[in-house]
Ligand binder design. Structure first.
Ligand SMILES: O=C1C=c2cc(C(=O)O)[nH]c2=CC1=O
Length: 513
């Protein structure tokens, strides 16, 4: 959420979060790397266009007009420089002056070699236990951020992976309306609206970049899980990947997998909602996962079909009013999984991304907890791959991404909560290989024919066949007629008339034999 340097009483009181890049002449002398032309400290821009009607408690939530409840000044970086102090590079660029282009390839997890799988699992484990070098999280709402004594900012260190989990929780948490009052749940800054795809794209980019820095490997790329297998098994739930099922408890992970030792954060949801506290970095119980095991909901006992992805990619309009989870003929609502794969909204349906979450049936199926299960990363890289393919096919047509009246947090120019420095949804609505420095190694399934198309093709084929049969029949008749003509006795009426015509003199009794 915020750089460690900004989690101070002074920074919060001033509203300025512009850390030094290299403070040669003491603190505050190189804000945003200004001395080397990397960037400068500027006023934060927030989108003031109205949000949709789903949220009606304006003024009560720290996430409104993000991030100005906390800070109103931030670094604005020049050229390819980026980051909270302009000390890093924009996605797709690397090197000391950020002038070298890179392309990271995101591959199918099942295509990785044994050694690549081992390295990926180890990298996740390292991220789970390594404190984030730059970022700390707020553990209280803004009104309690200075602590009980008014002088102790309520921020905590958190590991790189747990920060990924926490960011998702913070974006979906309910609005606290006061002790004794029910928290308001009709708010979600990362789901059920157009920002679903842009928010999760940045979320993954941030984890990928943090892991690249941790591994000191700028070419590290997150793999993906092609969950559209149509199967009722989890093909990546093996001990060399995301962990097999435990032999002792169907909803736990096998002890042969390191993920059986992972402990989740943000599980005390009732405390957060009734006390108005915020999830912190404290870990609790194990990851729960029981793929295809939800007997109460047979519909979520299967994964999406390859054909579902193909159909979803045929929905050419990015989003449709009311830009919410009941939008119909919306690519976003289809890939998110509230519409059927052809785009038709149906409240009973769960497809694609939502279906993959619910199939996991456990930690990965509960929105406030789901990233605790590392399958989340792979499920979302695949969802992002579908989004990128859509952007490519439809030339990133942003015209139906609403500038206003989308659910709060989802307007095109809104800064995504809780990322820092501020980044808008708009900035993620670009094709990844050309603009963000990564691409997917993936083959998309061809779309099967619709019934109407099949009927049209059948009718056209039948007509063509009938035409061919008629033509053939006509030919046969003609050939037969010609043959018959050749075998006719030479003295015929026709011949007679011809010969009559020939000399122009009627010769009724003439014989040619
Ligand atoms: O973690 C998530 C869990 C989800 C469950 C649904 C649903 O459709 O019921 N959707 C989800 C999204 C998530 O991100």
């Amino acid at each position: 959420q915020f750089p460690r340097q900004c989690a101070t009483v002074e920074a919060l009181r001033s509203g300025m979060c512009c850390p030094d890049y290299f403070p040669v002449f003491g603190p505050g002398t190189d804000r945003c790397g200004v001395s080397t032309g990397r960037g400068r400290c500027v006023q934060v821009t927030v989108d003031l266009r109205p949000h949709g009607p789903q949220y009606m408690h304006d003024g009560r939530d720290d996430r409104e007009q993000w991030p100005i409840r906390f800070f109103n000044q931030t670094c604005q970086c020049n050229g390819n420089f980026s980051g909270y102090n302009c000390g890093s590079c924009r996605p797709g660029w690397t090197g000391p002056t950020c002038s070298q282009q890179i392309n990271i390839v995101r591959r199918n997890l099942l295509d990785l070699s044994a050694e690549e799988r081992r390295r990926f699992v180890n990298a996740l484990q390292q991220a789970k236990v390594t404190i984030h070098p730059d970022i700390v999280i707020a553990t209280r709402r803004r009104e309690e951020i200075f602590g009980p004594d008014g002088n102790t900012p309520q921020f905590e260190n958190i590991s790189i992976y747990n920060y990924f989990v926490w960011s998702h929780y913070y974006s979906v948490r309910k609005t606290f309306l006061g002790t004794g009052q029910q928290s308001f749940g009709g708010i979600d800054f990362s789901h059920e609206g157009p920002a679903f795809v842009t928010w999760h794209r940045y979320h993954l980019l941030q984890l990928e970049r943090d892991m690249q820095n941790m591994l000191q490997d700028p070419s590290f790329g997150l793999p993906y899980w092609n969950f559209a297998t149509g199967q009722n098994t989890c093909d990546i739930c093996t001990d060399d990947l995301m962990g097999a099922r435990s032999n002792f408890d169907v909803s736990l992970i096998s002890q042969n997998s390191i993920f059986s030792q992972w402990r989740v954060i943000c599980e005390n949801i009732e405390d957060y909602e009734t006390l108005g506290t915020i999830c912190n970095s404290t870990e609790g119980g194990p990851i729960r996962r029981n793929p295809a095991g939800n007997v109460a909901r047979p519909m979520v006992q299967r994964l999406p079909e390859p054909e579902d992805v193909a159909q979803c990619l045929e929905v050419g309009v990015f989003d449709t009013p009311p830009f919410y989870s009941n939008s119909t003929d919306s690519f976003r609502n289809t890939v998110e999984g509230y519409s059927d794969p052809s785009g038709k909204y149906d409240p009973a349906v769960r497809s694609l991304h939502n279906l993959a979450h619910l199939f996991l049936n456990g930690t990965g199926g509960q929105t406030h907890l789901s990233p605790n299960d590392p399958i989340f990363v792979l499920l979302h890289t695949f969802t992002d791959a579908v989004f990128d393919e859509w952007l490519r096919r439809y030339s990133a047509d942003i015209s139906t991404y609403p500038l206003e009246n989308a659910p709060i947090g989802h307007n095109r120019q809104y800064n995504m909560v809780p990322f820092w420095p501020p980044v808008t949804n708009n900035e993620m609505f670009v094709t990844a290989p050309e603009n963000l420095g990564y691409s997917y190694e993936v083959e998309w399934p061809a779309r099967a024919l619709r019934v109407t198309e099949m009927i049209t093709i059948a009718i056209v084929t039948a007509l063509v066949l009938v035409a061919i049969i008629f033509a053939a029949a006509a030919c046969i008749v003609r050939v037969k007629k010609n043959k018959d003509d050749l075998h006719q006795p030479l003295l015929t009426d026709q011949y007679q008339h011809y010969s009559d015509d020939y000399d122009g003199i009627p010769a009724p009794s003439q014989s040619v034999v």
